[in-house]
Design a protein around this ligand. Structure first.
Ligand code: SAM
Length: 245
């Protein structure tokens, strides 16, 4: 995708993000699980977006910091009730430069894959490890790659249909590069809204290796935020990493 930058997705999607995720992302169970894992400690969310997770976590009394590369997404977050309870940083999270340490660092909703190269993702794991307290946890929520979804080189999926709008996802796939180039498309009576995205995906086993390189290991892996069993039928995973002692 030409001239794609770390803020391209956020700057295009900010106006529609909160309209396209209901019914697509499981927010309530995510907040329950994350708040239990935080054990009252401080939380850092990478790619905090419009605060879908960060605002309810802060409302539970947790100290929550959020990083995002898109000013438009952060402005949406700031404008919401409770948004001022989240401390925000306009930053690329592959180059984490926080001064503190956190009990929980989370990167949800496939956001880790928005780092466009393996090197960026490895650097992210390394930086996260440096910013965890000794008992700290790193939580990654992402899809499990499914090559059959791109049998003809691309895909078009219907994510949601309602009486007022349709949400679609269109994508092309580069199997060698583990790259998906896509558009999220919202169609309503006002027309089309497009949000371009570039994802460099990784299998759970590759993420586990990145964690090991960074001095962390897998503590738990669930098939979703309800903490169900992860199996070969799982289309998503929630992986919890801890520091090697
Ligand atoms: C799919 S949204 C997820 C937002 C939020 N975490 C949620 O679960 O609803 C991804 C967010 O990550 C941000 N993002 C993408 N690449 C980034 C990067 N390299 N550094 C910081 N933020 C990034 C985007 O601007 C966007 O707000």
């Amino acid at each position: 995708m030409n001239s794609y930058r770390s803020d391209t997705y956020g700057e295009h999607v900010a106006e529609i993000y909160d309209r396209i995720h209901p019914g697509v992302l499981n927010t309530d169970d995510a907040v329950d699980t994350l708040s239990a894992l935080a054990c009252g400690g401080s939380v850092l969310e990478l790619g905090v977006g419009t605060g879908r997770l960060a605002i309810p976590l802060a409302a539970r009394g947790l100290t929550v910091h959020g990083i995002d590369s898109s000013e438009a997404m952060l402005n949406k977050l700031r404008s919401k009730p409770g948004g001022d309870a989240v401390t925000l940083f306009l930053q690329d999270f592959s180059n984490l430069q926080q001064s503190g340490k956190y009990r929980l660092v989370v990167v949800a909703a496939d956001t880790l894959f928005m780092l466009p190269t393996q090197d960026d993702q490895v650097r992210c794991f390394n930086n996260v490890a440096r910013h965890l307290t000794p008992d700290g946890l790193f939580v990654v929520e992402a899809f499990v790659p499914d090559q059959t979804a791109y049998a003809s080189g691309g895909s078009l999926v219907v994510r949601r249909v309602s009486t007022s709008d349709v949400v679609l996802g269109a994508a092309t796939h580069d199997r060698a590069g583990q790259l998906i180039t896509g558009q999220q498309i919202l169609i309503d009576n006002d027309g089309f809204h497009l949000a371009p995205g570039l994802l460099r995906y990784a299998w759970p086993s590759e993420l586990d290796l990145m964690a090991l390189l960074a001095g962390m290991r897998l503590r738990s892996r669930w098939g979703g935020w309800q903490q169900g069993t992860f199996s070969s039928a799982s289309s998503r995973h929630v992986s919890v990493y801890e520091r090697l002692r």
